[in-house]
Write a protein that binds this ligand. Structure first.
Ligand code: CAA
Ligand code: FAD
Length: 382
């Protein structure tokens, strides 16, 4: 067992840290306040290989491993969680699925622009009536005599929906078959029959634009099917395994930022004639924050390492996502408490970390769904 990182892994961490600190952190408050989508910053991340970290060089990516992805995501999320949400969807939900299941033509047509950050990608699984219970989807793709499909239906809460060019879409091709009747499609948002709804106002990650999308007689060609007909749900679940490593990393970044701000504050702020960090009650909080942060990071690196080795990592990704997201919520809560009134003020970023942390317990499978996945894996019961 080795606890060090390779030179390449440290190099990508350095690149991500530099962009995060020089470009993203200074504009984080602005993006949170206005909800403006950070177009230019996403381009810079793309130009530096961070929008397709695991994408091979021949498709426009950095050709790095999942551990590098974790290290880079943590740095970007520590500067601003909204940026890291957009980055994670491009990397793990969009590029990863096409690299694993796409044809050579699909990889050439869809991956390069997204990995280079010239366009934004999105992943459309959730519907108004089906989030956790993803197989209860109603979006329907009906096969035509010429092999094309006509798609009708709605998808909700689509990250980057308002701005994305391409989407990985999951639609029901054979409702009688349940999960085995779902097919994945590659969709171009500029084609007829594709409509975007209004951008959702949100508690946190406010610059990550989210909306409903609707299909009205959208025509997908047979060559737009990703993988095999009927394999869509397995593709979605496999892609989400990788996605959960990304969200765990995001949670760690948010938690680390709150933790570091807290360490600085407890040394400087005085009460009853001493720094508040000298009180045992504060020290206990600091110790618990640090333990949760390190545990989350180690579990996330374990999942990423298994993925890099080509081993199964579904359970480990769920364990990492559950631990890291609950750690982020707990750590940002404690950080806010330790900052007192200043924690509640918009003059400091602590209240933003607290609002941003919450989403990590909800998307890419709620904490209850992660517990369900882990318990099913551990017991074999369902
Ligand atoms: N990898 C491959 N295949 C898998 C799998 C995995 N990790 N998990 C399940 N499957 C397969 C099963 O083997 C099964 O295959 P067979 O039909 O051959 O038996 C099939 O998928 C159906 O599996 P289940 O019976 O376990 O399905 P279920 O209906 O009980 O649901 C669930 C399981 C874990 C609850 C799943 O529905 C789930 O993960 N729900 C949460 C949805 C989610 O995470 N949505 C995220 C949307 S994207 C997003 O949120 C992005 C963002 O915010 C930025
Ligand atoms: P529900 O499934 O209705 O769950 C409500 C509550 O019931 C939750 O607490 C849940 O844990 C609990 N619950 C449900 N089933 C069980 C069970 N079996 N056991 C115990 N408890 C259960 N989706 C996409 O497809 N693409 C995206 O890009 C995307 N981005 C998102 C961005 C944001 C900001 C948000 C808020 C959501 C996004 N989503 C996206 C959707 C997200 O994945 C879902 O919101 C999430 O999976 C939960 O689904 P739901 O909201 O329908 O809640």
């Amino acid at each position: 067992m080795e606890f060090g990182f390779s030179e390449e892994q440290l190099m990508i961490q350095d690149i991500a840290r530099r962009i995060a600190q020089e470009r993203i952190a200074p504009s984080a408050e602005h993006h949170d306040r206005t909800g403006d989508f950070p177009v230019e910053n996403m381009k810079v991340l793309g130009e530096n290989g961070l929008m397709g970290i695991e994408v091979p060089d021949e498709y426009g990516g950095a050709g790095m491993d999942p551990v590098s992805y974790v290290l880079a995501m943590v740095e970007v999320a520590a500067a601003d969680a909204a940026h890291s949400t957009i980055m994670s969807v491009n990397n793990s939900l969009f590029c990863n699925g096409i690299l694993t299941h796409g044809t050579e033509d699909q990889k050439q047509a869809y991956v390069r622009a997204i990995a280079e950050g010239r366009e934004i990608g999105a992943f459309a699984l959730t519907e108004p009536q089906s989030g956790s219970d993803a197989t209860a989807m109603k979006c329907r793709a009906v096969k035509q005599a010429d092999g094309s499909y006509v798609i009708n239906g709605k998808k909700s809460w689509i990250t980057s929906g308002p701005v994305a060019k391409y989407f990985v879409l999951f639609a029901m091709t054979d409702p009688d078959k349940g999960a085995r009747g779902i097919t994945a499609f590659l969709v171009d948002g500029s084609r007829d029959g594709f409509h975007r709804g209004k951008t959702e106002p949100k508690l946190g990650i406010r610059a990550s634009a989210t909306c409903e999308i609707e299909f009205q007689d959208y025509v997908a060609q047979a060559s737009d099917v990703l993988g095999e007909e009927g394999q869509g749900f397995k593709i979605a679940m496999g892609v989400l395994d990788a996605g959960r490593i990304g969200i765990a990393s995001q949670a760690i970044g948010i938690a680390r930022a709150a933790y570091e701000a807290t360490i600085a504050y407890v040394k400087e702020r005085k009460a009853f004639g001493q720094p508040i960090g000298a009180f045992q009650m504060t020290q206990a909080k600091i110790a618990d924050m640090k333990c949760k942060l390190d545990a989350a990071l180690l579990l996330t690196l374990r999942a990423a390492w298994l993925k890099g080795e080509g081993k199964r990592f579904s359970n480990e990704a769920a364990i990492a996502k559950l631990t890291a997201s609950e750690a982020a919520m707990w750590i940002t809560h404690q950080a806010l408490q330790i900052h007192g009134g200043m924690g509640y003020s918009k003059e400091m970023p602590i209240e933003r970390y607290f609002r941003d942390a919450k989403i990590t317990e909800i998307y890419e499978g709620t904490s209850e769904i992660q517990r369900l996945v882990i318990a099913r894996n551990e017991t074999g019961l369902r």
